[in-house]
Write a protein that binds this ligand. Structure first.
Ligand code: AMP
Ligand code: MN
Ligand code: MN
Ligand code: MN
Length: 305
């Protein structure tokens, strides 16, 4: 696996990187460092995800299921048979100033005990929250949602709001998953239960204890005012956070994120946050290119050394 990437790196001059030559090199390598499989709320099994990534020309792929590393072994087996290098990853739910933020861990040792125990505690909290969500939905006339969500999750230890959303669509309570979040599952809606995620600092510690790089996922999606976003970046830096993800089409354009990343000394990461094939969603490898003059997080990954 490493050999094939090394060969690519050499043949395409990857490590001849400098700010001036990077753009032309970047075009020839495809990365995707944020994706989901059936081990969380994605719809493709890990091996199918890797095969799809390979068929779309992705060279460097991270599987980053929510609070779960169970799909990594299958993904690694599939990658070893294909021209894809797999970065072991995870996307961890964390609390910052009373709101949820997602921290992607890249290059993690999935056996590291702090990480294993931490993720298990989050999955327990997910299970408890699912019972409460179902009770709230029951209260507004939606019955049977716990069993329905668990059925969609496949893996009952990883039940999330996406699985409730799929149940609500299936039962025709809503037309699509966006509607499900808007009407039932989003913050303040009738089926919303405030989550009990661990604090940001603790989550970053788990990732570091597992040898990984901590990446602040999709900062544009938290809908924070510029000052608050800056405060999040500052706290993330103080906790030892390593990189932030660019991309998305939210209020905070990539240019603002890049400026802040430079200010705080973060590397940049980029990923599709792929969950399922479909219209109007990013597919594997559809990522915002990392611009010149900023360190790309993959340059710091042991997996590509
Ligand atoms: P959870 O971690 O269980 O609270 O669920 C969060 C997941 O729900 C995210 O990772 C997304 O996959 C999905 N999600 C959140 N908001 C929306 C939305 N407005 N529309 C569709 N999916 C969403
Ligand atoms: Mn998700
Ligand atoms: Mn996320
Ligand atoms: Mn994600």
């Amino acid at each position: 696996m490493y050999d094939s990437l090394s060969a690519k790196v050499l043949s395409r001059g990857w490590f001849c990187y400098d700010a001036a030559s990077f753009p032309s090199v970047a075009h020839s390598l495809s990365i995707d460092l944020h994706t989901h499989s059936t081990f969380s709320d994605g719809v493709l099994a890990p091996a199918d995800l890797v095969r799809r990534a390979a068929s779309r020309g992705v060279d460097l792929l991270a599987l980053t299921d929510h609070d779960e590393t169970g799909g990594l072994a299958e993904a690694a087996r599939a990658a070893s048979e294909l021209d894809v290098t797999l970065v072991p990853g995870v996307e961890i739910s964390a609390a910052w100033n009373g709101q949820t933020v997602h921290i992607v861990g890249l290059d993690i040792d999935a056996q590291a005990s702090q990480l294993v125990d931490g993720l298990a505690s989050i999955r327990r909290a997910r299970g408890e929250r699912a019972v409460l969500i179902a009770a709230r939905l029951d209260g507004v006339g939606v019955s049977g949602s716990l069993a329905g969500a668990v059925r969609h999750a496949g893996n009952s230890a990883a039940v999330g709001r996406s699985h409730f959303a799929r149940f609500l669509v299936e039962q025709k309570h809503v037309r699509n998953t966006s509607d499900a979040f808007r009407r039932y599952l989003g913050a303040g809606r009738s089926g919303y239960v405030p989550p009990a995620w661990p604090q940001l600092a603790l989550v970053i510690d788990w990732i570091h204890c597992a040898g990984g790089q901590a990446v602040l996922a999709h900062p544009d999606r938290y809908r924070l005012a510029p000052r608050v976003l800056q405060s999040l970046f500052g706290d993330f830096a103080q906790c030892g956070g390593n990189a932030i993800e660019i991309g998305g089409d939210g209020r905070f354009k990539a240019s603002a994120q890049i400026r802040l990343a430079r200010h705080f000394g973060f590397a940049l990461s980029s990923g599709s946050d792929f969950h399922a094939p479909g219209k109007n969603v990013s597919d594997l490898g559809d990522v915002t290119e990392i611009p010149p003059g900023v360190t790309a997080v993959w340059q710091r990954l042991r997996t590509v050394k």
